[in-house]
Write a protein that binds this ligand. Structure first.
Ligand code: DLL
Length: 432
């Protein structure tokens, strides 16, 4: 089923016209309401009146995560606080989170986009959907929740964790759809198998995202659970889940293009690349009110096509993600930057700035080990001392990253020094 045929199936010309009108309005809106953008545009010598249509978008400067960090917490908000009805946040590159705000209209648009995505997975008002993304500052839980409600489905707001309860309720409530990260769904399939519940579930579809996954993982999920699994994409800076999703043809993710204007650029030259070529995805939020962003560099690497899909939708499609142009990792669904570890360790007197993060996947759950080099002054063989310091670092890391890590203390000068750019991560998962 196509949730919003008018918007999802409009002709290219109509879409370009709509995007042009919306961009012109947006640029004036941010220029009038966000000091940061006013200054940026003045520096670039661009006036709102220079933007006459979507073809003028390349005249505008890019926005990055650092811009959000530098204006923390509300510096990029365009709407007055009295019009903001919700805040979400995700990891920043160092200590501070990236904060986003939504007006009621933004929440309505968001729910509409998620409803479109869930419809791509053939979820309807007759479905019972378990939302097992985290609820809270992370956009996954509430984003999926409001979209499923908009669809009219029966929503079970499980959040993450407590897999046994989730699987029991899956059977007892007869859940027909689930929204969660793909790795968590693989884990759930094992819990269902171990509990002997696999033949009692009524699941038909899964809406999986928030982290990279492969076609191999999709096949594994679909075979184990006898369902169809759809790839949903989004990021908190742009909105949250629901920016794009794949339909039953799995031939790329349809972007909600009437709200998010996509560009693909070469991350080095920052020049646009042609359809089909790999590059960094950039979005302009052409209808957003709370925190509209112009040419936001997602750092996600993909390619785009503007060809009509077999499903009938005409919206541009992006291919499954091929990596990132920065060093962000997603561990257990949480965005983690090595620089956050560095920032956290600086406050621990007993260790040096040398560390190594080792990421792996065991039983479909991500594991993180952080090897930390102890300062020669504090190095000890004494078990009690090691235990105390390990615990202290584990607490600091948990607070900084929002996820737990196994800490391994290393002797002075034991971690390999690199000659060029320091290597701080070994990722043994095969995600791209
Ligand atoms: O992960 C929003 C979301 C929630 C999307 C639930 C889908 C489902 P952030 O925490 O801001 O927002 O992380 C955004 O996650 O830039 C990508 O690198 C990655 N990501 C999200 N979805 C996918 C996906 C949410 N389907 C960052 N495939 C993005 C690959 C994804 N990577």
């Amino acid at each position: 089923m196509i949730w919003n045929e008018k918007m999802e199936c409009m002709s290219r010309d109509e879409m370009t016209q709509l995007q042009s009108e919306r961009l012109v309005k947006l640029v004036k809106y941010v220029y009038d309401n966000v000091e940061f953008y006013r200054k940026r545009m003045d520096e670039h010598g661009v006036k709102p009146s220079d933007i006459k249509g979507i073809e003028d978008i390349t005249k505008l400067p890019y926005t990055t995560k650092d811009d959000l960090r530098d204006t923390y917490p509300f510096g990029l908000f365009a709407a007055p606080h009295s019009d903001i009805v919700r805040i979400h946040a995700s990891s920043g590159t160092t200590g501070k989170a990236t904060v986003v705000g939504y007006t009621q209209n933004d929440i309505d648009v968001w729910s509409e986009c998620v409803a479109r995505c869930m419809s791509m997975a053939d979820v309807t008002k007759d479905d019972i959907i378990q939302v097992a993304y985290g609820y809270g500052l992370f956009t996954g839980g509430l984003g999926a929740h409001y979209g499923a409600e908009k669809l009219g489905a029966m929503v079970v707001p499980m959040s993450t964790g407590n897999s046994k309860k989730l699987t029991t309720m899956m059977v007892d409530f007869g859940a027909t759809a689930i929204a969660c990260t793909p790795s968590y769904l693989l884990h759930l399939s094992e819990v269902l198998r171990d509990e002997g519940l696999l033949d009692q579930i009524k699941l038909k579809a899964a809406i999986c995202g928030a982290e990279p996954w492969t076609e191999k993982m999709r096949t594994e999920i679909e075979t184990r659970l006898n369902i169809t699994a759809h790839d949903i994409y989004g990021l908190s800076e742009i909105m949250g889940p629901g920016v794009a999703c794949d339909c039953k043809y799995h031939a790329g993710l349809h972007i909600c293009e009437d709200h998010f204007y996509p560009e693909i650029i070469d991350p080095k030259t920052l020049e646009p690349v042609a359809d089909g070529e790999l590059g960094e995805l950039v979005f302009t939020t052409i209808t957003k009110e709370g925190i509209p962003l112009i040419r936001y560099r997602t750092k996600d690497l993909t390619s785009i096509t503007h060809k009509k899909c077999e499903c009938g939708r005409t919206s541009a499609r992006i291919s499954r993600f091929k990596g990132r142009s920065d060093d962000m990792l997603i561990i257990r669904g949480v965005n983690v930057f090595p620089s956050q570890v560095e920032a956290a360790l600086i406050n621990v007197e007993e260790v040096t700035p040398h560390y190594m993060m080792i990421v792996d996947r065991e039983n479909n759950l991500d594991t993180l080990e952080i090897q930390v080099e102890v300062d020669v002054k504090y190095y000890t063989d004494e078990v009690k001392g090691i235990e105390k310091l390990t615990k202290k670092i584990a607490t600091v890391i948990q607070q900084a990253l929002g996820i737990s890590a196994k800490i391994r203390l290393m002797g002075p000068n034991s971690l390999k020094r690199s000659e060029g750019k320091a290597v701080h991560v070994i990722d043994n998962r095969k995600l791209y």
